[in-house]
Ligand binder design. Sequence first.
Ligand SMILES: C[S@@+](CC[C@H](N)C(=O)[O-])C[C@H]1O[C@@H](n2cnc3c(N)ncnc32)[C@H](O)[C@@H]1O
Length: 209
Amino acid sequence: MTKKKSLKDAYSLKTPEDSINLYKTWASTYDDDFAQQNDYRSPIEIAKYFEKYSNDENTPILDVGAGTGLIGECLNLDSKEIDAIDISPEMLKIATTKNCYSKIIEADLSKGLSINDNHYGAIVSAGTFTYGHVGPNVLDELIRVTRPGGLFVFTVHSKLFNKAGFDKKLLEIKKSISEPIFHKVDAYGNNPDIDHGSDQVIITVFRKR
Ligand SMILES: C[S@@+](CC[C@H](N)C(=O)[O-])C[C@H]1O[C@@H](n2cnc3c(N)ncnc32)[C@H](O)[C@@H]1O
């Protein structure tokens, strides 16, 4: 029997290949044994803040590190289109079953993306800018593929915000973005994990100039 995956497994990843391997075996149970059991709140919070800050122009949307598509499920999109991008084909296969994504893109975010400049009207992301996953430099490529005026709403693990250099990155790109707005929220409603159950994320919001 495969051992149940934990945040410790996810946070100790080192390379994109490690992500592929972990999520390959986690994909089929992720929604139940991780999201539902721990009342994982980040995708709901992202949907809430996207609704607060977005306008009719913020489409199409790119869900970055979309995983099994929890943000797509939480967003109430009548007139907007959303695409999913992730490195794990197994996670994306589950996302496809949610029937909310227009396009599924399998790609490594740490490399250049085969997406035209100024294509997206919004970027959303939950649980991807975290330990062992994706760092602040990915923002350069995401800004490139986003239109001027495009909205960014994404979580960054609170303990990693300064440690991984998100603070410095936002200063470095400040001419390309509006003044960021931050909301600190709990990542889980009910997670018994002693080390990470009370983790918080910083929802970071800005627009590309
Ligand atoms: C914790 S999951 C979050 C999934 C989903 N957004 C959610 O909130 O449930 C992190 C996701 O990031 C993806 N990921 C990790 N490294 C990546 C990379 N270099 N490029 C693209 N996706 C990556 C993983 O495959 C995984 O699906």
